[in-house]
Design a protein around this ligand. Structure first.
Ligand SMILES: [Zn+2]
Length: 316
């Protein structure tokens, strides 16, 4: 079965695309948000310690960078915000800044999603600055089909680039690593040829390895070499994206906030529950004005990521 590859380019705003450097709506401030599905925190750290994730390690240890393991998924236990540690609710929270009691997504079917009232953050960027350039790349189609498209008002597109490619479920997602390469390459193209203000880039293979979908010997564990190798592959993609970002003309004038995180951890070959290995996730951030002490010391919900983006761009 061949897969749908969909590239939507809405040219109206790109005709007015701003230039590099400070020639944008945000005085040079820009956001690169990278999502690595199902990347358990202790496995990420194990990969870093074994030299398998040099790009993420270097970024998090650089002067303006950080890695916190105080980040958490799953909402607040014993409250209406409590949500399963799975991708539907998790990415909904990461992309809208609210938990399930507001976004309404309980599982990966997205029934009851309320993205009209609790929209994808890029819709709000576009509402604040209609000429902003927003780009999203994902090889898990619901990111676009439900969260982004569900956030559109009267079908009006707010993404200037929306690149979707789906791994083949019938072949147990065995081609997910290849789809991640397609995602990387399209995102690189945008960093090279456009002047994005906000980018979201999603990689799916780490989760599929955790599930044992691609190779039945793998699991969500720091002891799974196959799982760590998947993290390593995505680490190299992250490195390419960072290299392209830094190679931009007038990069020195640009003020990029880089955020890298996951939607949930896992245990064995699954996730969805309330164990520490599923709920306790991580955030790597790099930027000029990060609240480093706070992020390192205080437990921070994954819903706090969108407000960080708005604050960086100066969006109320
Ligand atoms: Zn999963």
């Amino acid at each position: 079965m061949r897969l749908t590859v969909l590239l939507t380019l809405v040219l109206t705003s790109s005709l007015f695309a701003h230039g590099p450097g400070k020639e944008n709506d945000f005085a040079g401030r820009r956001v690169l948000f990278i999502g690595i599905d199902g990347c358990r925190a202790d496995a990420l750290v194990a990969a870093m310690e074994r030299g398998l994730a040099p790009q993420l390690k270097t970024l998090s240890e650089s002067e303006r960078g950080l890695l916190t393991r105080q980040f958490y998924a799953g909402g607040e236990k014993d409250t209406p915000t409590h949500q399963p540690t799975i991708s539907g609710p998790g990415w909904s929270s990461l992309l809208t800044g609210v938990w399930m009691d507001k976004h309404g997504v309980r599982d990966n079917r997205f029934i009851g999603g309320r993205f009209q009232s609790h929209a994808h953050f890029m819709r709000h960027i576009k509402e604040a600055k209609p000429t902003a350039f927003c780009a999203s790349f994902a090889d898990w189609p619901p990111i676009h089909d439900f969260i982004a498209d569900g956030s559109r008002v009267n079908s009006q597109e707010f993404l200037d680039v929306k690149f979707t490619c789906a791994p083949d479920a019938a072949r147990h997602f065995v081609d997910n690593p290849e789809k991640d390469i397609e995602i990387r390459d399209e995102a690189l193209k945008t960093l090279h040829t456009q002047n994005p203000d906000s980018m979201f880039v999603y990689f799916g293979q780490v989760d599929e390895f955790g599930h044992g979908a691609i190779d039945s010997r793998a699991s969500f564990s720091p002891d799974s070499t196959l799982y760590l190798n998947a993290i390593s592959h995505v680490d190299s993609h992250v490195g390419e994206l960072l290299r392209a970002m830094r190679a931009r003309p007038k990069f020195a004038e640009e003020d990029w906030l880089v955020l890298i995180t996951t939607d949930h951890g896992g245990k064995g070959n699954g996730h969805g529950g309330d164990s520490d290995n599923e709920r306790n996730i991580w955030l790597i951030a790099h930027g000029q004005k990060l609240p480093k002490d706070k992020l390192m010391k205080e437990p921070t919900p994954q819903t706090a990521l969108v407000p960080m983006i708005y604050e960086h761009l100066g969006i109320p």
